[in-house]
Design a protein around this ligand. Structure first.
Ligand code: AMP
Ligand code: ZN
Length: 493
């Protein structure tokens, strides 16, 4: 029997605003679409958090024996600077600034994206389609939306007619916005726009002469609107209706609202059964974002080379830190938070790594089966990773008690405990097993700390030649010492 027959997942559906029992359209199969990155710059840790939430959803569904088709796209065209229909294409702008081809920008940051996700031990999605690879599909959707009367063409551009749509459907159904309020809150058209109403959004934009990324279409040489690619690719690979659609909270409006409108206007069906939205990673009280400069890059976490952190952290420690918060909660990025997670992560690893050395007894003082179901219950409750981690710590505590002789376990229970804790820790949470002793960054930290101490002694003895030599020679191998009133820390490059 498949595991999904015995475990009932409840998912918080942004569409209904409630937790609902998860029932896929086809028993045993799950179709899941997650909006991927716009590849015009390096992904920051906030982006990683959202993708990680869905990596864990993917891992858990697979663990429950579902056959999952997970589609996560790459946005390599059509995403304009201000998320609406104005400004320069983000990728074209980067290409212009660096005097390279837009596709060089796309290649560079797609490779970076994959490298970073590999560092964090992500599973690859089943399909990773690109917007530029699906221009024909996008044009076909525009044709049907025009045929169905929900879009109009002006001067080579095509716009979605929100007012017409809202007469028979509900624009705002996902984000709980009312069209009247939107009308009230949007600026009037400035006379330059071709739109009938400011709320309308572009399905196709005619390219200005200088716009490099352009394709022929029945309306003009141009490019698709940003929202359209996700409708085209999700429909192509998952069908007109599919199970789960995910993305960051900030995509709910307008991006996902427009996806629903496009799909309804094409097929007259609501495209997605469960809409899932991951909450934001914040730093200094503000959303982590490239545009404001308030961000930290994953490589800076791995090297420790960022003023917000005092040392380097393993990818699994950063992963653990993020999964200690539920995906629907805001998470505040702090060095203290990472330090606490590092301790917790090694405590869990140390417990797992001594399981094989435990002494077997004829009785168990821990109900392993009840504990195992608690692990499932946590994940079944809208993928509650912090509760799961707390439950894993219950087992870690017990393991340490068996080690010091204050608790007992039978052979069968020990096997079940080992298999379960490893499955949840490594297969489902996606952590990588390292013990503190084996962790390279930790050994490096230890060695540099010794040198920092020797340098301090040299300075106290007024042996400045030696203290400078230590600093300069470390700098030559890429380790910078930073002196401050609190003491000396180091960063690596
Ligand atoms: P983008 O490349 O800007 O389209 O973003 C890729 C994904 O990262 C989207 O799902 C965003 O919602 C998500 N995202 C952007 N900023 C943050 C943040 N600070 N915290 C969590 N997710 C974010
Ligand atoms: Zn999307």
């Amino acid at each position: 029997m498949s595991l999904f027959n015995t475990q009932n997942i409840r998912i918080y559906n942004s569409l209904s605003g409630e937790k609902e029992v998860f029932k896929p359209l086809n028993e045993g199969y799950v179709g899941m679409y997650v909006c991927g990155p716009t590849v015009y710059s390096n992904v920051h840790l906030g982006n990683v958090r959202t993708f990680m939430s869905f990596d864990v959803v993917f891992r858990y569904l697979k663990h429950l024996d579902y056959k999952v088709r997970y589609v996560r796209n790459i946005t390599d065209a059509g995403h304009l600077e201000n998320d609406a229909d104005e400004g320069e294409d983000r990728i074209a702008k980067k290409a212009r600034l660096e005097s390279i081809e837009p596709m060089e920008v796309v290649q560079r940051y797609t490779v970076d994206f994959h490298n970073i996700l590999n560092e964090f031990n992500f599973l690859p999605p089943s399909i990773e389609p690109t917007a530029t690879g699906h221009i024909i599909e996008q044009i076909e959707i525009i044709k049907s939306i025009i045929d169905n009367g929900f879009a109009y063409e002006v001067n080579g551009s095509v716009y979605f007619d929100i007012h017409k749509y809202n007469a028979s459907k509900e624009y705002g159904i996902l984000s709980k916005r009312k069209l009247e309020d939107l009308i009230h809150n949007t600026r009037a058209l400035d006379g330059q726009s071709d739109k009938k109403n400011p709320q309308d959004f572009a399905l196709w934009k005619k390219a200005e002469p200088q716009h490099i990324m352009r394709w022929p279409s029945p309306w003009s040489d141009g490019f698709p609107g940003w929202h359209l690619e996700c409708t085209a690719m999700s429909t192509k690979y998952l069908g007109e209706q599919f199970d789960i659609h995910g993305g960051g909270m900030d995509l709910k409006f307008p991006h996902h609202e427009c996806e629903i409108a496009q799909a309804e206007a094409t097929n007259n069906k609501s495209p997605v059964n469960y809409w899932m939205h991951a909450n934001m990673l914040i730093m200094n009280g503000k959303k982590m974002a490239k545009s404001t400069g308030n961000f930290i890059l994953p490589n800076e976490i791995f090297s420790g080379d960022n003023p917000h952190i005092t040392k380097a952290y393993l990818p699994s420690v950063a992963r653990f830190f993020m999964l200690q918060a539920h995906y629907r909660s805001i998470l505040d990025f702090t060095n203290n938070g990472l330090l606490a997670s590092e301790k917790g992560f090694f405590r869990l690893m140390d417990a797992i790594n001594i399981i094989d050395d435990l002494k077997i007894s004829s009785t168990s003082s821990f109900d392993v089966n009840t504990w195992k179901q608690k692990c499932y219950d946590a994940m079944n409750d809208d993928f509650n990773t912090p509760i799961l981690i707390a439950t894993l710590f219950d087992a870690a505590k017990f393991i340490n008690q068996v080690k010091d002789g204050s608790a007992t376990i039978t052979k069968e229970d020990l096997e079940l405990l080992k298999q379960t804790i490893e499955t949840f820790t490594f297969d489902i949470l996606g952590l990588v097993n390292v013990s503190k002793e084996n962790s390279g960054t930790d050994k490096l930290s230890g060695a540099v700390e010794i040198l920092i101490k020797l340098r301090k002694e040299a300075r106290l003895n007024k042996n400045f030649a030696l203290s400078d030599k230590i600093r300069d020679e470390l700098a030559e191998v890429g380790i910078q010492l930073n002196d401050s009133r609190e003491g000396t820390t180091f960063t690596t490059s």
